[in-house]
Design a protein around this ligand. Structure first.
Ligand code: B1M
Length: 227
């Protein structure tokens, strides 16, 4: 595929179009081309992949696109994200903490959760990804096993977001709540919802979530350092 005729703006528009059409090979090739032109992974996500997926979301909502087409778009996006993964997860920094993350029970959306996981790794966190459709028992088991400082939950559906409270309550019942920082995120989640379910923080997007996690870990480390 030759993109030499396209200027940068046209390249990103083409990437959005091809993502919309679920053209995996094309989206991967355009991502490679954007990397070759020196764009950062964050630029490629913002201007191409996430921007394209936003359009898919609108047309899905309006009944113009259906599940099979959205699935193809999601697969194209995931393939491109695999190219970005080594760049997003590369971290020169020493490990600053551990995070367990998963998409809550009943929900199979994982693109945003994967992105958050990759960027957390890039920021120096060890990330234990429990995948999708994760129930409270599995979260609790992972917290016991990995003893993370942070637990992250993702939900993309208004029907699954209340499950975050089930998990927070289960942590409390198991005596694990006090020592863990619970972060929640996903398209329908808001700051006030995060407070309602008893989470410690709401991550609007992956970059903001990383900032919040780093700030928390630094404060926690400071608090743990003997005077
Ligand atoms: Co779904 N879907 N979907 N879908 N889907 C939405 C969420 C929807 C808003 C579309 C729409 O109507 N406009 C709608 C939900 C409506 C609602 O609940 N009010 C919807 C629906 C209805 C459904 C089904 C019910 C459709 C059906 O079967 N009839 C079904 C449900 C399946 C299930 O989960 N049980 C379904 C299925 C699917 C696909 C399988 C086809 C596919 C998912 C593929 C996959 O993930 N592997 C899919 C997709 C792709 C979407 C949209 C189009 C895109 C989601 C996405 O990947 N965005 C979505 C529309 C939308 O969200 N506008 C939609 C890109 C991603 C980078 O963004 O996930 O928001 P996002 O993540 C961001 C932030 O939210 C945040 O950071 C990320 C990066 O910046 N973040 C976190 C996310 N998680 C975080 C966790 C954190 C912190 C931050 O923890 C610390």
């Amino acid at each position: 595929m030759d993109f030499s005729d396209l200027n940068d703006e046209e390249l990103f528009l083409q990437m959005q179009d091809d993502l919309y059409d679920g053209l995996k090979e094309e989206v991967v090739a355009e991502t490679e081309e954007a990397l070759k032109r020196g764009f950062s992974p964050q630029d490629i996500l913002d201007k191409g992949l996430v921007a394209g997926m936003d359009i898919v979301g609108v047309d899905f909502r309006d009944g113009i696109l259906f599940v099979p087409e959205v699935l193809m778009a999601a697969n194209a996006m995931k393939a491109a994200m695999e190219l970005l993964r080594p760049l997003l997860t590369a971290s020169g920094a020493a490990r600053i903490g551990t995070m367990v993350i998963g998409t809550v029970k009943g929900d199979i959306h994982d693109i945003g959760k994967n992105l958050v996981g990759m960027m957390m790794e890039g920021a120096g966190l060890e990330v234990v990804d429990l995948g999708i459709n994760v129930d409270a028992d599995k979260f609790i088991q992972a917290v016991r096993e990995h003893q993370p400082e942070i637990l992250g939950m993702s939900a993309l559906l208004t029907t699954t977001m209340p499950y975050m409270k089930t998990v927070v309550d289960a942590l409390g019942e198991e005596g694990l709540r006090d020592d863990i920082y619970v972060m929640v995120g996903g398209a329908p989640i808001t700051e006030s919802f995060a407070q309602e379910v008893g989470a410690d923080a709401y991550g609007r997007d992956a970059a903001v979530s990383v900032e919040i996690a780093r700030a928390y870990l630094l404060t926690r480390r400071g608090a743990e350092t003997p005077a």
